[in-house]
Ligand binder design. Structure first.
Ligand SMILES: Nc1ncnc2c1ncn2[C@@H]1O[C@H](COP(=O)(O)OP(=O)(O)OP(=O)(O)O)[C@@H](O)[C@H]1O
Ligand SMILES: [Mg+2]
Length: 427
């Protein structure tokens, strides 16, 4: 009997001839080619695939465990700090806090793999507070590079509750998934940085006017489960969410969440609390400067969960961000160092570029000072340093390659302040 009959068919795989009463006995069959597979073969194939997937998953777990063990011996907190010191000026306390948080994060992962009894070590998610341009994002980027794990920054202020116009909170995990080149197991061990987190503060927090703000509080609520650790499901990039759309599932249990922001005004909240306590026990108000303004750099390290609550962060979120990492405002001295000391310092980068044209670059001490002072006026921390230098360097970078003569370019304070020409000497 030819195998295109529904009463007797031959399986193209096992070659067995099967007597069938209906086409449902022969789930795979193409009448055009005569290709068919019997139920038993399909069952066998399915079993083979799931057995294969099980081994694959086990192998992945073993690999992950081995990787974590080797990382733990490599990334001791002091090693992390030494590495960060090469790129980031000051912020010693933040570096230490982050180094310990990351180290504990790895230990927690290892503990979870070794002890399946469920008594987990608490997650060391971090909340970072510090003024704009003081190095929050830069610190984390270097940290992720050292750890060789995926890292994604998501702007928290762009997130909305499900059902509202905007991005759902899952976007943060989706960004990490793409940063990890769509590798699920790498995604599940990455770092998610939620920038501008302070913008999610409940408007009725002390720092704001008393208007109802269900939207922002809703986003904080929506973030809870994700930060604590759970399975997050999202559709691939660009795909609309509908019930049949294929989804990607990521378990966030081992993802380190770091939220950060400038938290403008938090220093006043801290000062107010301390003042209240201090007058009770008789201390002077040493946290208030001569100009009657709170001393930011001293106050910020004294922040407590209750201050964050006053700011408008809901207590449930604060409870899930046990590590508080504070950064200071950068003063003129720090900005001067940022210009020249870090491995990727802007001045060093221009020196290297010009050296390739046989040109020596020198910034006079007064010129560097002028750059730092200009940056301080702009109130964006170290962020504007690069721009100020780029402005003066543009013409030089354009003109220098016109000739091959070895030269020396000297940038003076006048170049920075009044747009004067730099001094160029032939060598
Ligand atoms: N302490 C620092 N040491 C070295 N470079 C720094 C430091 N702080 C900032 N920078 C440099 O300044 C630029 C801006 O810093 P960064 O993006 O980290 O600021 P931020 O704290 O995240 O600010 P924002 O709150 O506005 O996001 C980066 O190019 C970074 O390299
Ligand atoms: Mg930033």
């Amino acid at each position: 009997m030819p195998n295109n009959s529904y009463s007797q068919m031959q399986c193209s795989l096992c070659r067995k001839v099967v007597n069938t009463h209906s086409r449902y006995d022969f789930p795979v069959y193409d009448p055009r080619t005569g290709f068919g597979l019997c139920k038993q073969c399909i069952k066998d194939l399915n079993n083979a695939i799931s057995a294969h997937e099980d081994t694959e998953a086990k192998d992945h777990a073993i690999e992950a465990a081995e990787e974590i063990t080797s990382e733990i011996s490599r990334i001791r907190p002091h090693i992390i700090k030494d590495y960060l010191d090469q790129y980031i000026v000051n912020q010693d306390r933040a570096k230490k806090v982050l180094a310990v948080a990351v180290y504990n994060h790895y230990k927690r992962m290892k503990y979870g793999l070794d002890n399946k009894d469920g008594d987990d070590i608490e997650k060391s998610n971090v909340i970072m507070l510090g003024p704009s341009g003081c190095g929050k994002t830069a610190l984390l980027m270097h940290l992720a590079k050292l750890l060789n794990i995926p890292f994604a920054v998501t702007d928290a202020s762009s997130l909305t509750e499900a059902g509202f116009v905007g991005s759902d909170v899952e976007v943060a995990v989706r960004n990490l998934y793409y940063a990890a080149d769509k590798d699920i197991s790498r995604t599940e061990h990455g770092i998610i940085y939620l920038d501008e987190f302070d913008k999610l503060a409940r408007k009725s927090g002390e720092n704001n006017s008393i208007t109802a703000d269900p939207g922002h509080e809703g986003v904080q609520q929506a973030l809870l489960k994700m930060i604590e650790g759970g399975v997050v499901e999202f559709t691939a990039q660009g795909q609309r969410k509908h019930p049949e759309a294929p989804t990607i599932k990521i378990n966030t249990t081992n993802i380190l969440f770091i939220v950060g922001g400038a938290f403008v005004g938090i220093d006043k909240i801290i000062a107010k609390r301390i003042k209240k306590q201090d007058t009770a026990i008789g201390f002077g108000a040493e946290v208030i400067g001569k100009d009657n303004k709170p001393k930011f750099n001293e106050l910020i390290h004294k922040v407590r969960p209750e201050d964050l609550m006053k700011f408008g962060i809901i207590p449930e979120i604060i409870g899930r961000l046990p590590v508080i990492c504070t950064l200071e405002t950068l003063d003129e001295d720090a900005l001067l160092r940022i210009l020249t000391e870090p491995k990727n310092a802007p001045v060093r980068q221009y020196e290297k570029l010009l050296k390739m044209d046989n040109v020596e670059l020198e910034f006079e001490e007064t010129a560097l000072k002028a750059v730092a002072q200009k940056a301080i006026k702009r109130k964006t921390g170290a962020r504007s340093l690069k721009g100020i230098i780029e402005d003066v360097m543009l013409d030089i970078m354009f003109d220098i390659p016109k000739s091959d003569t070895p030269r020396k370019v000297i940038i003076t304070a006048e170049c920075i302040n009044d747009g004067a020409e730099p001094i160029i000497k032939e060598l």
